[in-house]
Design a protein around this ligand. Structure first.
Ligand code: 1DF
Ligand code: MN
Length: 358
């Protein structure tokens, strides 16, 4: 029997930072795990990709849940009334491989992603991977991913060999993304070599702290370098409630002006906060704080915030509860849950397929 609550139209739920892998990438990461690299990513890469292949190993299970697309994942989505995962190849993506391996595995991951979306067009959408190690080939893969595979945007796991996107050698693929009107989701990975040292203790390398600082620093470098005067239509998405960049707006604007006046920073057409509001959107992945959500909506506007779970690293049930109970109007909840994602990632508007639980 439908209760009053259950008879209410269920809001479509599109989760926008949902991780997956493919066996070939997982196995290449196991090779990385056994290599002598000292990058801070090695902590997570060893933990997950060199974990034993059995059901009793929690990190072996995590690896299996990343590779699974159509079994446990779809069940978890159904149980939680999650209509769609916007899938992205999980961090560190292909960015720890040599350029040829990275280029090859990115194309393979994109092909698999397109295939699973084709099998479940109402349940999955996807962000394409590319190999920043080879910027020209990356631009070609970007074009293929959007125009041929019909994917919805791009995923980039922050720095590449400790370099950031303000480095002009990466601009060919920024130009491609802007021309394709495709958003680049900048997802965390272990901090770049120069900033990783204080994150090596207490588990700070991870989502606890280091990931956020890595991506917020990346975003701020892009802004204050003047990159967005060059690419005014480039769209960047960052997760974890915007990695706190907008909490810094006042200080960033004030101090950037000083840095410009003394010649340490390039002159910009806009204030840093204005670029963030114009060129960035954020998601709520793994940051289920109503207070932070309220601040984000006030600082950025309701059109710039999207819901995410961060499956399988975060549980789906509390992420749904967080958005179901967020103190916003129904019209706002529609934008957070699906309307903004449909606009930013060019996902066909559609009714909620499953009404589980509501
Ligand atoms: C973790 C978290 C791992 C996130 C992730 O990818 C990740 C984690 C390697 O907790 O180990 O995407 N996250 O986005 O918060
Ligand atoms: Mn994530």
């Amino acid at each position: 029997m439908a209760t009053v609550k259950n008879s209410k139209k269920k809001i479509r739920r599109i989760a926008t930072e949902e991780a997956f892998s493919i066996p070939e990438v997982a196995s290449a990461l196991r090779d990385v795990a056994r290599s002598p690299s000292n990058s801070s990513d090695m902590i997570l890469v060893k933990r997950i990709y060199d974990a034993p292949d059995d059901d009793k190993s929690p990190m072996g299970r995590m690896r299996a849940r990343l590779i699974d697309l159509e079994d446990e994942r779809l069940r978890d989505m159904d149980e939680n009334g999650v209509d769609m995962h916007l899938l992205s190849l999980t961090a560190p993506g292909v960015q720890m491989f040599d350029a040829d391996t990275a280029t090859e595995l990115a194309a393979l991951a994109n092909d698999r992603l397109a295939a699973v979306i084709q099998r479940h067009p109402t349940r999955f959408a996807g962000l394409a991977t590319f190999a920043p190690q080879s910027p020209k080939r990356a631009s070609k893969e970007m074009d293929r991913a959007i125009n041929k595979l019909k994917l919805n945007g791009f995923i980039l796991n922050s720095h590449t060999n400790s370099e950031y996107l303000d480095n002009q050698k990466y601009w060919p693929f920024l130009e491609a993304a802007e021309a394709l009107d495709a958003c680049i989701y900048i997802h965390p990975r272990g901090a770049s070599d120069g900033m990783a040292a204080p994150f090596r203790d207490y588990g700070l390398d991870s989502a606890q702290w280091g990931y956020g600082l890595e991506v917020s620093t990346h975003a701020v470098r892009m802004i204050v370098s003047g990159l967005f005067d060059h690419f005014p239509k480039l769209k960047i998405c960052i997760g974890h409630m915007g990695e706190a960049v907008h909490f810094w707006f006042w200080r960033l604007d004030f101090m950037n002006k000083h840095a410009q006046d003394r010649g340490s920073a390039p002159k910009l057409k806009l204030k840093p906060s204005e670029y963030f509001k114009r060129n960035f959107v954020i998601t709520t992945s793994g940051q289920e704080s109503p207070l932070a959500l309220d601040y984000s909506i006030k600082a950025l506007g309701i059109d710039n915030v999207m819901w995410a779970i961060d499956y399988p690293y975060q549980p789906s049930t509390p992420a749904v509860k967080f958005m179901d109970t967020a103190p916003v109007s129904d019209a706002e909840r529609e934008k957070l849950y699906h309307g903004n994602a449909e606009r930013v990632f060019h996902i066909a508007a559609g009714a909620s397929a499953k009404g589980a639980g509501r």
